[in-house]
Ligand binder design. Structure first.
Ligand code: ADP
Length: 433
């Protein structure tokens, strides 16, 4: 801008000087005529170059940029440089994007980019194969029009960070996928689909192996425990020295029996991928059984209270539900000192039935809570063993919850106590009027 003003100034000075000379040599009229003619010509030349610039801007191309003259030469040179810079960065961006797209295509996982309305913006080839999406036809289509599984729609609407969904393929029989939704940008999502068929197969081989071994161990163990119990009834036949050994053998074989039983229970629940049946459970009877078994286990060492909302029933598999509920009570008893209190509640919140066990026990370090449902995870292995724990109780609870689409919520304070809550979905609620 500075240059243009400067340039125009000198043109004006030059024309004025010439006009003064014309006035000196000829007349004032001739000088004025000369001055206005020069200015008109100067203005017309600017109009001409503005017109050329306008024409070029309508269809910008490096090879057709005008060369200009005077100040316009400089303007067009600047434009040329800027436009070339832009073109170079555009081509660099295109190359990077191309490279990124090729890399995204090479990823074996299926990837679908969804906008804020869950409509397909882009997808890679593996996702086309896995989920039957066709980018050319399905672009801008809502993803749940293509994946019509109820579980998927629920997952899409109530997506929680890190949560994944297992889908059995309806297109490729025998294949299973794991779906993960990752939020990015402005409310957009990346849907990542991974083929977990082989992993599932390996898991099932592992489960079958554990189930078979446990099953094979069960009979000899029952025989050993039986004989040891008979021998312990004949205590007097043994001398002072051998009696403790007999007691130890009895304790350890009993521990092994419990472990085998828990392993068998866990593998039977785990191997059943289908949701648990929806049979109405008689909660009053179930609570009577829980009360009786808890009293036996606690041996009057704890204050156990049970509160039950009698009009709320649960639709599920009674045997599994009993096992999960009792495992939570067993833990509360094991990890609460003598004289401590344990509250067991069956109730409803937000139209969802729940079972809760609160204890005033030793509590759990907050950092360890996410690991509690792992198989054989114990905070204090020695304590768990002494209390007769197998390290499988909460794994069993977790799998019963999965089979009943329930969530397990754990809160605890060190030295003050813990709360374990199982929240069931609304469709497992039955109200007795
Ligand atoms: P275990 O047979 O060892 O009790 P679980 O799977 O039932 O195995 O529990 C895993 C671990 O979680 C236990 O070893 C214990 O350390 C901890 N735990 C479970 N319930 C409680 C509780 N109510 N209070 C304190 N710690 C608990």
């Amino acid at each position: 801008m500075q240059d243009i003003r400067w340039n125009s100034f000198w043109v004006l000075v030059f024309v004025s000087f010439l006009s003064l000379m014309v006035w000196g040599f000829k007349s004032l009229e001739a000088a004025l005529f000369f001055f206005t003619s020069c200015l008109t010509f100067y203005l017309l030349s600017h109009v001409y170059w503005i017109h050329r610039l306008n024409k070029w801007l309508k269809n910008p191309n490096l090879s057709t940029i005008p060369s200009g003259s005077g100040i316009w030469e400089e303007i067009f040179a600047l434009l040329y440089r800027e436009y070339r810079k832009q073109k170079r960065s555009k081509s660099e961006l295109t190359t990077t994007l191309g490279r990124f797209m090729t890399a995204a295509e090479a990823i074996p996982d299926g990837i679908i980019a969804l906008n804020q309305n869950n409509e397909i913006e882009w997808c890679n080839k593996p996702s086309e194969k896995m989920l039957g999406v066709n980018l050319s036809k399905d672009i801008n289509q809502p993803i749940n029009y293509l994946l019509r599984e109820t579980s998927f729609t629920e997952y899409l609407n109530n997506n929680k960070n890190d949560a994944t969904l297992k889908l059995i393929s309806w297109r490729n029989t025998g294949r299973s996928f794991e779906i993960l939704l990752v939020p990015f940008g402005a409310n957009q999502k990346l849907l990542i689909c991974r083929d977990i068929t082989q992993l599932e197969k390996n898991d099932s081989i592992k489960r079958d192996f554990i189930a078979n071994v446990s099953h094979e161990l069960k009979t000899p163990l029952t025989v050993i425990v039986g004989f040891l119990e008979t021998l312990s009834d004949m205590k007097n036949e043994f001398n002072e020295k051998t009696r403790p050994y007999l007691q130890m053998m009895l304790e350890q074989s009993d521990r092994m029996r419990r472990l085998v039983e828990d392993l068998l229970k866990l593998s039977s629940i785990e191997s059943n991928a289908a949701p648990a049946m929806k049979k109405e459970i008689n909660m009053s009877q179930l609570f009577k059984d829980l009360k009786k078994d808890s009293a036996l286990l606690s041996n009057k060492e704890h204050k156990i209270t049970m509160s039950i909302s009698k009009n709320i029933s649960l639709l599920g598999y009674e045997k599994e539900i009993y096992s999960a509920f009792f495992n939570l009570i067993i833990n509360a008893i094991h990890y609460t000192k003598k004289g401590g209190s344990i509250n067991v509640i069956w109730g409803m919140k937000n139209q969802r039935p729940y079972f809760e066990v609160q204890d005033s026990g030793i509590g759990i370090d907050e950092k360890l809570i996410p690991r509690l449902t792992e198989r054989f995870f114990r905070i204090d292995a020695d304590r768990s063993r002494k209390s007769g724990g197998t390290g499988l109780g909460l794994s069993i609870v977790k799998h019963v919850c999965i089979r009943h689409q329930a969530q397990i919520e754990i809160t605890s304070q060190m030295g003050k106590g813990s709360q374990f809550k199982i929240v069931f979905p609304q469709d497992r609620l039955s109200l007795n009027t």
